[in-house]
Design a protein around this ligand. Sequence first.
Ligand code: IPE
Ligand code: IPE
Ligand code: MG
Length: 266
Amino acid sequence: MKDFSALAAPESEEGRLLARLDPSRMPRHVAIIMDGNGRWARSRRLPRVAGHRAGIRSVRETVESAARLGLEVLTLYAFSQENWKRPRSEVDTLMDLLQEYLRKELATLHENRIRFSVLGRLAALRPAIRGELEGAVAATAGHDGLRFNIAISYGGRAEIADACRAIVRDGLAEEAVDEAAIAARLYTAGQPDPDLLIRTSGEMRVSNFLLWQIAYAEIHVTPTLWPDFRFRHFLEALLDYQGRERRYGGIEDGEEIAGGAAAARG
Ligand code: IPE
Ligand code: IPE
Ligand code: MG
């Protein structure tokens, strides 16, 4: 089992949060809707893109934290299909930042044995960026550490539609179309579903993110804006998750025995 004590000084705030974290009850997959870059910039009277740039530090730290905490999968929502509607200059800057991030971080991904993947309709991306992304995916394919998915040009409904197309392409018989057949054709095929979904900046919505996969995810919404999201906020989300009781449609733990006894008493 993981020992988290080396991840922060014991007397620091992070150290105190880490001490409360149960290594045996960690989520396998954490997915994050990174929101609030624009508001972060506006509150500083800066252009929106300054918020996107500031958000890169949060991405870097979160990826590193996830790897150190020994999570299996981390998925970050970087750019939705709907985000193509934003002004051209903002879209271009976001793509440039993505390219810059990949160039700078590839060595770190290797060092930490992180396996990088992309979720989304990549055909919509500029060829240069697409090439860069595909290069990083291929270069890290053999790693056995954290699986780091980045969702770009991603839409949850589009992903399900793409899976349906694949089912038709594969010539499946009607009886063979079940939940497993669909899951096996999603961009996340073979990966565990998110256990914990985090959204920053306080918005209580899922914005077309991993619609199929979050069926039973626990949701943690923090008012913290993405560029301000640090290790301690990640730890707070994990502690919130560990305080939840997951039922998957069943009944409360132990309730069956109590209920059974009550029924027996008649
Ligand atoms: C999240 O920040 C980044 C992307 C969606 C690309 P926003 O740009 O949505 O920031 P707000 O929501 O306007 O504050
Ligand atoms: C969701 O944020 C998409 C990403 C974080 C990439 P948005 O800012 O685009 O979502 P809405 O518009 O508030 O729903
Ligand atoms: Mg937003």
